[in-house]
Design a protein around this ligand. Sequence first.
Ligand code: ZN
Length: 339
Amino acid sequence: MKSNPNAKVIFMVGAGISTSCGIPDFRSPGTGLYHNLARLKLPYPEAVFDVDFFQSDPLPFYTLAKELYPGNFRPSKFHYLLKLFQDKDVLKRVYTQNIDTLERQAGVKDDLIIEAHGSFAHCHCIGCGKVYPPQVFKSKLAEHPMKDFVKCDVCGELVKPAIVFFGEDLPDSFSETWLNDSEWLREKITTSGKHPQQPLVIVVGTSLAVYPFASLPEEIPRKVKRVLCNLETVGDFKANKRPTDLIVHQYSDEFAEQLVEELGWQEDFEKILTAQGGMGDNSKEQLLEIVHDLENLSLDQSEHESADKKDKKLQRLNGHDSDEDGASNSSSSQKAAKE
Ligand SMILES: [Zn+2]
């Protein structure tokens, strides 16, 4: 980037960039949300993100949503790095698998973010699709105890945030924007000529296990340089490593600091961090609170569900088994190896 200061960057990010904010990693053994949900009375842990289960019992998702709702967490250094790149006019796009909206909270503009797995920013009816403002859902979360849920005034079905559940399609903006951006990448390479403005794609904090997001890196044109910052080499970087790939085994916040230093942008970065009141109080206790709340739910559902139906659901979940991703970049892991 130093030799190529006008080059724009596309980021592809996962849960690893948010673990330092105290947001539970949905996958890591021991710290992952599913692991902790497994000992609860849900018929199976992923049920909390299953539309059919939500329809029969919305309470677990409401409880989880209350904890994860935007505003409860603060962005990490890496999120503010995205803002810095935007300020320097070198940010082309951020593709995120996270539903925590911390990219927005860090100040990244709406048109530069693609929330591949949706967000709390919109709500819709699971029956007829009628769109509702997020407030209708959020207002319910404040009630104690939560018992009546948001219902559609047209068809009476439940209303839920536009977070992508298992078996649901990704937002149209995901594939549409990626189509345009990959075209842009191809154009940039062919027109870079004498004054190279070669674009860069940086993949951070994701285990690249959840499709279709995980297929993005292999769709990057071969002449575009790819960077992976993750505690482990994953996905297409492992399966089809390219000679030009740069792989960094590092935590995303450390990676952000190093990039800022190498680019000589420390002063501007400090300004952003100071303006935001410094870093958040990164507490792992929030995960325990979530688990505690879920433990106190009465989930009669599990007794009524036949084993047959469970099997079917688990099959369907195969290959699309998490709303969040990035297990291998968990802050609890001891595998960090700096390069
Ligand atoms: Zn409806």
